[in-house]
Ligand binder design. Sequence first.
Ligand code: F6P
Length: 741
Amino acid sequence: MTRTVRFLLVLLVGLALLTAAGYVALTSTTRSWFERDLELRAQLAVTAARQSLATNWTSDRARLAQTLTDITRDDRIMAAAACSLEGEELATTASYPAGFSCRSVLERMRLEAGAGATSWSMTPELPSGRIELSVSTLTEGPVQLGVVVLVHDLSFLTRREATTRNLLLLAFFVLSVGASLVTLLAARLSWKNWTLELRRALAGGGTQEFQPLVRDVKSLAERLASEHDREARGGLWSPERLRATLTQHLQGERVVILANREPYIHERGPEGIRVVHPASGLVTALEPVMRACSGVWVAHGSGSADRETVDAKDRVKVPPGEESYQVRRVWLGAEEENGYYYGFSNEGLWPLCHLAHARPLFRAEDYEHYRRVNQKFADAVCDEVDSDDPIILVQDYHFALAPRMIREKLPRATIITFWHIPWPNAERFGICPWREELISGLLGSSVVGFHTQQHCNNFIESVDAYVESRIDREAHAVVQGPRRTLVRPYPISIEWPVHWLSQVPQVAEARAAVRKELGLADDALLGVGVDRLDYTKGIEERLSAVDELLTRYPQYRGKFTFVQLAAPSRTKILRYQELNDRIEAVAAQINAKWTNGTYRPIVLLRVHHEPAAVFRYYRAADLCYVSSLHDGMNLVAKEFVAARDDERGVLILSQFTGAARDLTEALIVNPYDLRQAGDALAAALKMPPHEQAERMHSMRRMVSEFNVYRWAGRMLVDAAEIRRKDRMQGRLSLFPRGEST
Ligand code: F6P
């Protein structure tokens, strides 16, 4: 017993030392993380407001103070001040602490960090708690305008340290009690034999009871190690890497995609049959994935020559000349197309999911068509699979009901559904008369993906509000009986490099050719916008921003032209016809206002442009303005970045796009704020080449790394993981073929 007590004492001292060391390591690491985090926040806040700060720096102190107040909306930034380099206070927020005048802060910074320092911070203790003062220099081109001082609240850090300390003390107490009990028990039950047994079991040769645990621990460790290695070794995601992922994780199985829009449309024209590549973000993203993976793309055959170009099973091999995968065309009658596509999908769900002030129209007959057409496509998918546990990628709002319909026929399928548009909050979604059925249809999927975490949260909130289920918030999953559906963000992207670019002239040539075609001078400044003609894209606001630019920056009159490529879209819908007329009228009005000789500021090209032609415009332009009022992602922004291998050109991007979360070096604007958008156009036109290069370089790195192969790879790896788990837990046997889940 004396030996046991001695052992226990050593154990407790060891635990106490470990707890103390853990506390020191944890607090110092978290403190340095938080301090770095604060520095980053300060830089981001100043960068985001840079343009507004620079514009009002000396000219408008009231607006300058307003911008500082806007910065302090971040709940960790308490106060802010704008100081001239000489230490004059240009503006401060009301709560800026009096003891830290611009002069004293600048003096201290120069003393501690040296005369040339551009940023610095200190963490003084005030009676009210600890704060951090971070100083960032504001520049405009090569000129230093002054510094912005931000005051951060550090009281939360003190609170977190106290919580960490309490938790560690609690852990120490629990461990100590646990260790004492185990020790005493072990002393009674021949300790030696027991540990020998445990060691033998963990080594792999032991008792039956430990086998499953050991296997799980081993496989978890192997998986973590291999995932880490793969990310580290894999380099950029590419078609090859995606193929290798498919082989490694899913035994190279072919993939079946279900999407309304087909990637190649056969149209009959005066010169015979031609292949058209539709203007669709979905197609832009998924077509390269399909070329890499092979398989079948099930879609609506909508081209006038589509029926002439399929085989007896309604299939056609694509891409023309390469033939690496198949498109299976599904035919729809005019009534079906009107009800399912124009009606419920585009007059109901589209306005429901986009915050663009269009009222959704819900007609029961449209929904009935939607349901029947979903069944028709689900049946076509089940015809195309070559095993009873295939991988099926369901795309977009046209097919909310299909996942459950497929699951009913193929209970073992791995179904990944990606929703390409935003998902609204539960209250908004709740106005749809068929909300329960739509959500329950989507929950037939193994994974439901959205572009952003916000849309995932909205979806989970809607599930919680309208269907019976359990939400596993830790795993981001919805559980219904034995089935679970993961809800994950997968921000979509484009292929890298873009294969169309091999058909496009280099920047200098593209610039000259496009200017010549548009009848512009060689040195004319050119902006470009590329969209389907859709009311969510903010095209009217974009053209009005050009008007604003010309009103407030007269130097660009006669010099700046904005070319808008607008692909006609959903033209049978009245709202789209009205939009078309409105945009034409707005463009005409602005042109009439600023016309001078042959000069017209707006060139509106309302025809479909093939991708290579679009990329030529991207290369010819000085700026690209994406002004969506609401957009799941917006791939035009990423395409513009991909086109600019010369690292020139400025992207102006609406804050209401998913892309604004990825492309933070764009000039981010609120498209409704015409004054801000006009300023952004002016800032883009006068942005020095080195700043353009810096921003473009960083955005190109982002798009190249987070390309569409990574997007697809991550979803497929998650799908493989679900399958592996299902198989391990024997869940699959719960769903014999044909049984509904
Ligand atoms: O944005 C949603 C979406 O389905 C995209 O994926 C695609 O770019 C666009 O709508 C295409 O619309 P449609 O197929 O109706 O022409």
